[in-house]
Design a protein around this ligand. Structure first.
Ligand code: MN
Length: 193
């Protein structure tokens, strides 16, 4: 199978000023395209060619894992954002977050802190275990919770390329502002799956 860069459901400029058109252009249009191109090269004529992307992430290592996981993570990140996003989660996801973190504000604060504390490049995640229990998890480089048998619900990219053009060194500001474009309806649909 040959992977292709999916088309985002919004224009490059739609997330501004929280994420600029320039950042979407480079981050999704160039960085993500490169991960997908590398993934295609690395699986060509190997046992991985016929696997799903999730299976590749669970079973590979080294350069293939890095590129496969980065390809998956960026799609998960960008498709979880929307110019119509923001506000607060509703329904079952809201109840589950309040149950685990006491309040939506406490959850957001803990999530941001987890991203700020991560040294170097990586990702911060909201995940669900097999019993449906939520937790926050961060990991370096191309980390993906599928490798720990956890179900990804939401992620914020904390690689510098995600925020440097718009926020320079201010990672905490970037993480704090992302809440205004989180597509909670989509995040809840992932939680309910
Ligand atoms: Mn990235």
């Amino acid at each position: 199978m040959i992977y292709e860069l999916p088309k985002l459901p919004y224009a490059n400029e739609a997330l501004a000023p929280i994420i600029s058109a320039e950042t979407v252009h480079y981050h999704f249009g160039k960085h993500e395209q490169a991960y997908i191109d590398n993934l295609n090269k690395l699986i060509h004529a190997t046992e991985f060619e016929d696997m799903s992307l999730e299976e590749i992430i669970r079973t590979s290592g080294g350069a293939l894992f890095n590129n496969a996981s980065q390809a998956w993570n960026h799609i998960f990140y960008f498709f979880g954002l929307s110019p119509d996003g923001g506000g607060e989660p509703a329904g079952a996801l809201r109840l589950a977050i309040e149950d685990e973190f006491d309040s939506i504000d406490k959850f957001k604060k803990e999530f941001e802190e987890s991203g700020v504390k991560l040294f170097g490049s990586g990702w911060v995640w909201l995940v669900k275990d097999k019993e449906g229990k939520l937790s926050i998890l961060s990991g370096s480089n191309a980390f993906n919770p599928l490798t720990k048998d956890l179900i990804p619900i939401m992620t914020f990219d904390v690689w510098e390329h995600a925020y440097y053009l718009d926020y320079q060194n201010r990672r905490a500001d970037y993480l704090h502002r992302l809440w205004d474009i989180v597509d909670w309806d989509l995040i809840e649909s992932r939680y309910l799956k």
